[in-house]
Write a protein that binds this ligand. Sequence first.
Ligand SMILES: Cc1cc2nc3c(=O)[nH]c(=O)nc-3n(C[C@H](O)[C@H](O)[C@H](O)COP(=O)(O)O)c2cc1C
Ligand code: SF4
Length: 424
Amino acid sequence: MLINPLTKNVTDQNVAADLKRYLGNGGYEGWRKAHTMAPDKIIDLVKDGGLRGRGGAGFNTGLKWSFVPRGADAPEQKFIVCNADEMEPGTFKDRLLMERDPHLLLEGMAIAAYAIGASIGYIFIRGEYHLAAERLEHAIEEAKTQGFLGTDISASGFSLEIFVHRSAGNYICGEETALLNALEGRRAIPRAKPPFPQVSGLWGKPTVVNNVETFCNIPHLVEFGVEWYRGLGRGEDAGSKLFGVSGNVKNPGTWELPMGTPIREIIEQHAGGMHDGLRLKGLLPGGGSTDFLGPEHLDLRMDYDVIGRAGSRMGTGTIIVLDNQTCPVGLVLNLCQFFARESCGWCTPCRDGLPWIVKILQRIEAGEGRSEDLDLLREQCQRIGPGNTFCALAPGAAEPLQSALVRFEQDFFNHIKQHRCPYR
Ligand SMILES: Cc1cc2nc3c(=O)[nH]c(=O)nc-3n(C[C@H](O)[C@H](O)[C@H](O)COP(=O)(O)O)c2cc1C
Ligand code: SF4
């Protein structure tokens, strides 16, 4: 039984699976099957399969697709957009999929486009991902020559063109509505929601935006069905997932594992455990904009709601490990500097609040902090928290900081009391 459908074509060599190898390993079978199904049935299948978006929020993918207007009154032009911006700190999973198995993404996008009735697709890719962009463009040409993309595919009357669009940079371009603005050639600032992109997206037309890994789950979900797909997970959630670990572990990397794999197993077995002499002090379970968990959470399963109930988020499923010899103040300062730099500047709490947070953290780290600084930081986390800003960048930036202020409060005190960073 296939247990690694996302990475079955990934080898130790840094080469992309070409169309010949992809087809030889069962490629485009999901697309062939999808063609024989009514679009509604595909949407129902994806919904029932329980696939949750792998871009961070974990929204049910089939449900998202079902919001696209259909019928005679619906706009004829619809778009499918792949979010390949991948700038979340600590996250490096989509790059692997695009560089090593570009046809898997194309097949997933083709099925999604057929299901929602889109005839044009864009892959919005991080500007630095040159190799992935080149390999995707090559795969698009291969797919066209074999009739998997293009006009009147398999004489079905369905046509699909996919284009690769390289981002000009900036983390905010990963927020789906800022991404749509960037694709249209506008300034990359988030749009007000509603309307959601499924109703009014690219150039005002119905648009589905999904993450790279989300699309890559579609071919095998459609080919092998709901029961098989659900059975891949070990806990509450369905399917498999690319989990990653960075930080001071022996073997940092990314691996395809069942949803619901315990955190301990990911860190100790796959990442090889902490470097000798180091202890795990905390971890960000889903990239740089999630709350810290602690050693007491190591036996939790990596499922969206399990991690949510523990007070954090699954996010991108890429774990950043903090060890006992790394300064937690320095770590959150580094993250906040990134988020402050990447703010689009549209709303005041984020534009002005994040640089202020950075200033306070810098003086604490430099040994010049004041005792009232911790309350100031807590207050700022509230001000940039959910409901106070236009998009989720600022609330996401608050998550590692607010949890560090609780979990590593003593470290903040020690900096202030000793007038220096005790880790240096
Ligand atoms: C600041 C910010 C950056 C984001 N960056 C990405 C990204 O690089 N890739 C991604 O798939 N989603 C990113 N998202 C989430 C997207 O807005 C959107 O939820 C996602 O692309 C939906 O795809 P999914 O349903 O397949 O997860 C980001 C969100 C925010 C607020
Ligand atoms: S929260 Fe930050 S990134 Fe998001 S819209 Fe406001 S200023 Fe821009």
